[in-house]
Design a protein around this ligand. Structure first.
Ligand SMILES: Cc1cc2nc3c(=O)[nH]c(=O)nc-3n(C[C@H](O)[C@H](O)[C@H](O)COP(=O)(O)OP(=O)(O)OC[C@H]3O[C@@H](n4cnc5c(N)ncnc54)[C@H](O)[C@@H]3O)c2cc1C
Length: 303
């Protein structure tokens, strides 16, 4: 309750103050920071997915600039020999302004990644974007079936049906590639499960669907019961190591992450960087169960 209150007033705190807590979730503001953190993670046997922070833009000039930043990022990642791929938020390329422009810009990025035999993940945003992002995925997948994947949100009631509908893209030669997460946006109860148990139950049902249908999956969670549930399903379906990976966010539950790596599973960490860290990091802070005590401590120490 108190955490929720603190979370709701976060946007009214000075940005400098929020930065103190946000730093843990962001590799830095520059590309060099992202390269440094990626190398550190790679040295621990962990792959990365790189994200240039920025979403819900106001003009297509911003979309063009964001595209250029990703093209530069791909060159830089390649030059540095990083074991990593890319995560893209369609709204930062103008999805809600002009979906054709968005498609064209994202196509350029995916084509560039594909030229290095690499991969782009389309992040899933809030529910006004779901249909548009599935459509975008279908179009890009038709041209680059090995180089593009989508995020699936277990909290949406429509998700299982979406997975069934998208089976037509899955083939034994080139399996479709999803990242399964719970979902982070605040959605109406009419379209989204709200209770922890309900979301977890659907998460495992979606995961089982993917294993049963031999879809590649990035199991994106820090929730121990879900990780245990995933281990059970991996055993049940005898899923080979090249058909799944675990994924976590930078700065979250590093000990749990290490235990998964020690168990011999592939792990990938989402590494965000950039000037526009505010929206991403306040979402992370709201999820952190210890946020209230951290913030109160900081206020106390400052005062
Ligand atoms: C790689 C990756 C990519 C993602 N991409 C998307 C996306 O495209 N679209 C989308 O809607 N969502 C995305 N998410 C977010 C996801 O939907 C969840 O909101 C987020 O992962 C928290 O859910 P959880 O499964 O960890 O379970 P929760 O029940 O939220 O958390 C389980 C436990 O993990 C720990 N924990 C979780 N978050 C934090 C935190 N911020 N700080 C400290 N401890 C924490 C706590 O111990 C908590 O009890 C992504 C998540 C990951 C890991």
């Amino acid at each position: 309750m108190f955490n929720k209150f603190i979370a709701s007033i976060l946007p009214y705190f000075p940005k400098k103050f929020i930065w103190i807590f946000s730093r843990a979730y962001i590799s830095g503001v520059t590309m060099a920071d992202a390269m440094r953190v990626s190398k550190e993670l790679n040295a621990q046997g962990i792959r990365v997915t790189l994200d240039v922070l920025g979403e819900f833009i106001k003009s297509l000039d911003e979309a063009e600039a964001n595209k250029q930043e990703y093209l530069d990022l791909i060159e830089e990642t390649q030059k540095n020999g990083i074991n990593g791929n890319y995560s893209l938020k369609p709204t930062s390329f103008g999805l809600l302004i002009d979906k054709e422009v968005c498609y064209r810009l994202m196509r350029e990025i995916v084509a560039k990644a594909a030229s290095y035999n690499n991969f782009c993940r389309i992040d899933m945003e809030d529910s006004p974007c779901t249909d548009l992002e599935i459509e975008l995925y279908r179009r890009l997948h038709a041209e680059f079936p090995k180089n593009v994947g989508l995020v699936i949100q277990a909290y949406l009631k429509r998700t299982y049906g979406d997975l069934e509908k998208m089976l037509d893209m899955n083939t034994p030669e080139i399996p479709t590639n999803y990242r399964l997460c719970k979902g982070i946006y605040v959605e109406p109860a009419g379209i989204a499960y709200k209770k922890y148990e309900e979301i977890n139950q659907h998460y495992l049902e979606d995961l089982e669907f993917m294993f049963r249908n031999k879809i590649y999956v990035g199991i994106a969670t820090h929730d121990k019961p879900l990780i245990e549930g995933a281990y059970e399903l991996i055993r049940k379906y005898n899923v080979s190591k090249n058909m799944y990976e675990f994924q976590m966010l930078y700065g979250v539950t590093p000990k749990l992450r290490q235990s998964i790596v020690a168990g011999g599973h592939v792990m990938r960490v989402y590494v965000p960087f950039g000037e526009k860290w505010f929206g991403y990091s306040t979402r992370r802070l709201k999820e952190n169960p210890k946020i209230a005590s951290h913030i109160m401590k900081a206020i106390f120490v400052k005062g």
